[in-house]
Every structure is written in structure tokens, then in C-alpha cells.
Write a protein of this length. Structure first.
Ligand code: DC
Length: 462
């Protein structure tokens, strides 16, 4: 079964996101908060205090809960009565928070939720889904926002419904609920270690939804799990161990220097390339060099031209599986990266390299341009993330066209730039904005590169 867990405090946007993701995947959405609300409603109806554990425990023995879907909307029946219309009243929030702290209530709800998840493909939102209810969920998210932002959202929502509310009271209630939910004894509100953390404070709900959908699609695409398993199987233990070593950035560059002396003249004969504005690539200390990518040779040309002694370059993981080629790439300074997933080892290696004031080259599109056109694909956010985290300058580089054998090629080095206006950025939305800036710089470099090369060609014709 497909289970997606979305946890976080009240008002972080979980239910809106969970509904949108469930709709997108054509599966069910289970609002687990409503289950605690329904339990609290039933207790209040029966005149039982929501903080009296013994009485609530007795009451639970007489309570049956059914979750059904009518016209696509979740309805919670308690002992045959549909409680759904009464659950969103403001006073019910506090009552649900109180009753949810009682261990017998949690055990009962968690059992129901686990049974539900075993029999349905479902997106669940709550507080403890990723940590306690379904620790093996296929995807986990932790959504949050500042209490002030969440109170403001709730304030607007109630105002639109024509309800009179006091912002300060809402804020105080939210803070109290956060405290209750994260300080209870059993399964408190907490981020699972393997959950994707999303701070929605400065994000529009559409951007949050787009981000979550993107992660879900990557993690749940039909062959994502089987691909991984069969790959692990097809790669022997020894190969896996070896690749693990390749993640440790190369320290000695004897092989690189030797190969550079040997191969540079060969490259100059087969792929003669003019480096335009070479001085732009001369940077003291750390820097990230980014380039469009057409073929295997186009990584060697800028390396040989710009890095006499050493450099690191990100290369796709699959290349490192081939025994001798993997060793050779490692010796040449390459670092493996698994594409389409968060490769924590690669991220650590890259940050380590840059923090040691070294240079790194990568292809921001994350893949080769097989069409051979000048148009670049959408850029991955990696460049921006690394440049921001390590405060590194970025050097944009562009091939005029795919390197051609025995013909004149051009590699244009643009003006280095920094992303300093984003140095305090943390959210995915800000990373996307920073990536837009990288894109603009690449576009500008493209314009200058074309102007230069086409100017040359025209000059020749005259
Ligand atoms: O998400 P909500 O506001 O409808 O949830 C109501 C209360 O239920 C909330 O204060 C915390 C509690 N809850 C919980 O403890 N565990 C969950 N999985 C969902 C909600």
C-alpha cells in the first residue's frame, strides 16, 4: 500500500497539502486530527471531562468509530452518529488537543490508523504519523511555519467565514496547542529523522503543494523502489563498498596532473576549443563552475583549461560502478552523485570540498543535453544550495554548441557572481528563487557567448 505521512503543528497547511496530493495521486486522504476531535466531541456529549484519563478510558470501551467517505469527503461516525459537522468549532481544538494526550486514546486511534493504512493507499496528516503510527511510510513530510504566521492564516480564514476573532487570542491558543502537542508523553509532535522538512512561513500554498508533489513523484514513481532494490542487488557488495570510498573527495592529484599533460594535446587536436574570457575563471579560493553539458568530453575541456593542479567535478553515480572507470574518475577528482534523489553523501562531500576552499565543477541541468540545441533544461537547485551554504562565487560557463570533432569550438566564461542576497535563505521557495538568478546569469552568458561567436563568424565572412 502507498502511505504518505504529513506531520506538523496546527495551521502549517497540512490538510490543504494532503488533500491536493491525495487528489493528484487518486488516493484517499485521512485527517487523523478529526479522529481526536470526534473522540473529544463524544466525551463532551457524554459529560466526560477530556482530561480525566480513567473516565475517558471507560468511555472508549463503549465507543466505536467508523471512517467513511461520502462524495469524496471524510465523515467520522461515532456509535452511528456522524460527528463531522461539529468538529471544526473553535472550542473543539483545545478539547481534541487535551484528549489526544491521554495514552488510551492514542493507542486506540493509532490502531485504527494503522489498520486503515494497511488496507488503503492513503495520505495521512497528523502529528505522529511519520514517527509513531507509520514509521515505514513511503514518504514523510514535516510542515511547519512560525506561530505568528499560522495565527494570521487562521485569522484570515475565520474572518472570511464572517466570524469575529481576536488575533492575540488565536496566537496564544496556537502556542498553547503547540506546547501540549509536543510535550505529551506518548508520541509527541516531532519531526521524523527521514522526513522532508518544509518551513511554509514564506511560501504560498501553491508552492508548498508543488514541492510536495514533486518529492512524492520522485519517491513513488513506479520503478523508484524496485529500481533501487534491483540496483542494489545487481551491484555486488564489493562494488558498493568501493563506491562508498569514492565519495571521499580525492586528496592527491598526481594522476590528474599526469593525465592533463598527456591528454591536453590530444584534446586540442580532436576538439580544438577557444576559451573566451579565461581570466573570469581565475578565482582565488573556493568557487563553483557551472557549464552546459553535451558529451563526455565537455567536462575535460574546462578542467584542463582552468585547473592546472586539481579540481573536483560531480559525476553521475552509475559511472562509478564500472570497475576501472570508477577508480579512474575518482583519481581525477570526480565525486559520485545519485540523480533524482537527495544524495546526502554527495552533498557532504561537496560541502567539504568547498569549505576547504577548493574548486568544484558541476552541470546544473543534472543531465546531458542530448538534443544538441543551445536551449538548457530546467536547472536543478543544487548549484544555488551549495553556493548559498558555502558562500561560494559561481562561474557560469557555456559551450557555444556541442563540442565538434576537428572543428573550432568555443567555451565562453561569463562573469563570476555570488548569491549573497540569499545567504540567509532556507526554504525551498527561496532556493527556487536563487536558482532563477543562476538561470538568468546563464541566459546572460548565452547572449554574450552568441554575440561573441557570431561576431567572429561575421567578421570572417567580410
Ligand atoms: O490537526 P487538528 O488540529 O485537527 O488536530 C486536533 C488535535 O489532535 C491536535 O491538537 C493534536 C491532536 N492530534 C494528534 O495528537 N495526533 C494526530 N495524529 C493528529 C492530531
Amino acid at each position: 500500500m502507498l502511505n504518505i505521512a504529513i506531520d506538523g503543528p496546527a495551521g502549517a497547511g497540512k490538510s490543504t497539502v494532503a488533500k491536493a496530493v491525495a487528489k493528484d495521486l487518486g488516493i484517499i486522504y485521512l485527517d487523523t486530527g478529526a479522529m481526536y476531535r470526534a473522540t473529544a466531541y463524544y466525551a463532551l456529549q457524554q459529560g466526560v471531562s477530556v482530561t480525566d484519563e480513567d473516565s475517558v478510558k471507560k468511555l472508549l470501551d463503549t465507543m466505536s468509530m467508523d471512517i467513511v467517505y461520502e462524495n469524496g469527503e471524510q465523515q467520522i461516525y461515532v456509535n452511528g452518529l456522524n460527528t463531522t459537522p461539529y468538529l471544526r468549532e473553535h472550542y473543539m481544538s483545545k478539547a481534541a488537543s487535551d484528549i489526544s494526550a491521554l495514552p488510551p486514546v492514542r493507542y486506540k486511534m493509532v490502531e485504527l490508523q494503522r489498520t486503515f493504512a494497511k488496507t488503503h493507499d492513503v495520505v495521512l496528516d497528523g502529528r505522529d504519523i511519520g514517527t509513531f503510527v507509520l514509521p515505514d511510510a513511503n514518504c514523510k513530510f514535516f510542515l511547519t511555519a512560525t506561530p505568528e504566521e499560522r495565527a494570521t492564516r487562521r485569522f484570515k480564514e475565520l474572518k472570511e467565514k464572517g466570524q469575529q476573532v481576536d488575533y492575540d487570542k488565536l496566537l496564544a491558543d496556537i502556542k498553547q496547542r503547540d506546547y501540549n502537542d509536543s510535550h505529551r508523553e506518548v508520541a509527541p509532535l516531532k519531526q521524523a529523522d527521514d522526513a522532508d522538512f518544509v518551513d511554509t512561513t514564506e511560501m504560498s500554498i501553491d508552492v508548498v503543494i508543488a514541492h510536495i508533489k514533486e518529492v512524492v513523484h520522485i519517491k513513488t514513481k513506479p520503478n523508484a523502489q524496485t529500481d533501487k532494490r534491483s540496483e542494489e542487488k545487481s551491484v555486488s557488495e564489493r562494488t558498493l563498498k568501493r563506491i562508498k570510498k569514492y565519495y571521499l573527495p580525492q586528496k592527491r592529484f598526481g594522476v590528474y596532473r599526469f593525465m592533463r599533460i598527456l591528454l591536453r594535446p590530444v584534446q586540442a587536436i580532436f576538439w580544438p576549443t577557444k576559451i573566451v574570457n579565461r581570466q573570469n575563471g581565475n578565482i582565488d579560493g573556493r568557487a563553483i563552475y557551472i557549464c552546459n553539458h553535451y558529451s563526455k568530453v565537455d567536462s575535460l575541456i574546462p578542467c584542463f583549461a582552468l585547473f592546472k593542479k586539481e579540481a573536483h567535478i560531480l559525476g553521475k553515480y552509475e559511472l562509478f560502478k564500472v570497475p576501472i572507470a570508477g577508480w579512474f574518475l575518482h583519481k581525477m577528482g570526480a565525486i559520485p552523485v545519485r540523480r533524482g534523489e537527495a544524495d546526502i553523501s554527495a552533498v557532504k562531500s561537496v560541502l567539504g570540498v568547498l569549505k576547504e576552499d577548493k574548486k568544484l565543477m558541476l552541470f546544473p541541468e543534472g543531465t546531458r543535453n542530448k538534443s544538441g540545441s543551445q536551449e538548457m533544461a530546467e536547472l536543478k537547485t543544487g548549484t544555488a544550495r551549495f553556493a548559498i551554504k558555502t558562500k561560494s562565487p559561481v562561474v557560469p560557463m557555456l559551450y557555444y554548441s556541442a563540442p565538434r570533432l576537428f572543428r573550432r569550438n568555443w567555451l565562453y566564461i561569463g562573469e563570476p557572481f555570488t548569491l549573497d542576497e540569499f545567504y540567509s535563505a532556507r526554504t525551498p521557495e527561496q532556493m527556487h528563487m536563487a536558482t532563477e538568478v543562476v538561470r538568468e546569469k546563464m541566459d546572460e552568458t548565452r547572449r554574450l557567448c552568441n554575440e561573441y561567436v557570431e561576431g567572429l563568424k561575421k567578421g570572417k565572412k567580410k
